[in-house]
Write a protein that binds this ligand. Structure first.
Ligand SMILES: NC(=O)c1ccc[n+]([C@@H]2O[C@H](COP(=O)([O-])OP(=O)(O)OC[C@H]3O[C@@H](n4cnc5c(N)ncnc54)[C@H](OP(=O)(O)O)[C@@H]3O)[C@@H](O)[C@H]2O)c1
Length: 334
């Protein structure tokens, strides 16, 4: 077994603040499992927390970032039922930093991974597919033919959102930041694709919808797109600002919603999976989706855990399509 280490955010700042450090081997309290990780998800929220963007669960450095991973159970707490040593499990939002070779986590947050799914696909897709699930199925009833706008459509969440929206019969307008990402969005099935680095997406949406607007905008970009997203809506339409990759939305006046009776929501996956029964039901649906080989989720890179800083550079540099996964390869962290 390799020596345990974790990647710490040593102070708030850029990717250079991420540092591998040796940690003691975790041990299980009565209600916990200890996992040896095999694949660790890299999610945009890891960047917000590393940089100190105000969030619902900021931590003071030094802390271990990361919200999801896959691993094998190596110790079971004495009060835990339903898990045994050797089980392959995943988790998210379990109150532990996942950029580590080993973690002790509440068994309450652990979910067994079906045999059909690889560790890397689950690490890449779990949080993203759970997010797409609540965005498409739990926020607003949508029917085949409804038109939605999905920003950053070639990214990790975006890839799943576009494909799932198409499976639900929705018409999809996708925005992306480069021509190569535009090709990806088209391959994923988007009906209309806009490169918002070179085109005004509000004008394009007006043209595509002949001035009618779309029913819902799924906006994970935030500051740079939010006001434009509102302008793309049909009357009574909804903007879901579920991410802030370009920065947080500030100075927004509620009155902006009045003329067209618009809706805005700023949700988090944490609320939708807080209850174990909801977590399990959503995971069951999402595992089925991820097990479908026709569901595309590009793995842009698989990097060793101790190179987490490089993963962050790639993700926040807008160069990635799909997801990045860290694998806890042996590393001597002092
Ligand atoms: N609220 C929730 O429950 C929840 C859960 C999971 C994820 N999220 C959010 O979902 C989004 C996608 O997450 P992900 O991990 O899969 O990341 P991602 O989409 O793979 O990467 C973020 C993308 O945002 C776009 N972007 C636009 N402006 C940017 C800027 N100034 N800097 C960096 N990127 C910018 C880029 O795509 P283009 O180049 O195409 O613009 C970039 O590739 C994030 O905003 C994340 O916070 C929210």
């Amino acid at each position: 077994m390799q020596s345990p280490y974790a990647v710490f955010v040593t102070r708030l700042g850029g990717p250079e603040v991420l540092e591998p450090r040796a940690i003691p081997m975790p041990t299980a309290q009565a209600d916990q499992l200890v996992l040896e990780h095999t694949a660790i998800g890299v999610n945009f929220v890891d960047i917000y927390l590393r940089a100190g963007q105000p969030h619902s669960h900021n931590s003071e450095p030094p802390f271990v970032p990361g919200i999801n991973a896959v691993g094998r159970v190596i110790e079971v707490g004495r009060d835990v039922e339903g898990f045994q040593i050797g089980d392959r499990v995943t988790y998210t939002n379990a109150g532990v930093g996942s950029y580590a070779t080993h973690v002790a986590l509440p068994a309450e947050r652990a979910v067994k991974v079906p045999a059909a799914l690889s560790d890397v696909r689950v690490a890449a897709g779990l949080v993203r597919a759970l997010t797409a699930q609540y965005l498409l199925k739990q926020m607003r009833p949508l029917k085949p033919g409804d038109m939605v706008l999905i920003h950053a459509a070639a990214g990790g969440v975006g890839q799943i959102l576009v494909q799932w929206a198409k499976r639900l019969g929705l018409r999809v307008v996708a925005t992306v930041g480069s021509d190569i990402k535009a090709s990806t969005a088209r391959e994923l099935g988007a009906d209309f694709v806009i490169n918002y680095s070179t085109h005004n997406f509000v004008d394009e949406v007006k043209r595509i919808t002949q001035g009618e607007g779309v029913s819902v905008v799924y906006d994970s970009v935030g500051r740079d797109t939010f006001m434009g997203s509102l302008a793309c809506l049909e009357p009574k339409g909804l903007v879901v600002n579920f991410g802030t990759a370009s920065g947080q939305v500030e100075g927004f006046a509620l009155q902006e919603l009045h003329a067209k009776s618009l809706w805005v929501c700023r949700p988090t996956l944490r609320s939708y999976i807080a209850k174990r029964s909801d977590l399990l039901a959503m995971c069951e649906e999402v595992f089925e989706l991820l097990a479908d080989p026709t569901l595309r989720l590009d793995i842009e890179a698989t990097l060793p855990l101790h190179e987490a800083a490089q993963a962050h550079r790639l993700l926040e540099g807008r160069t990635t399509r799909g997801a990045i996964v860290l694998t806890p390869a042996a590393h001597s962290a002092e």
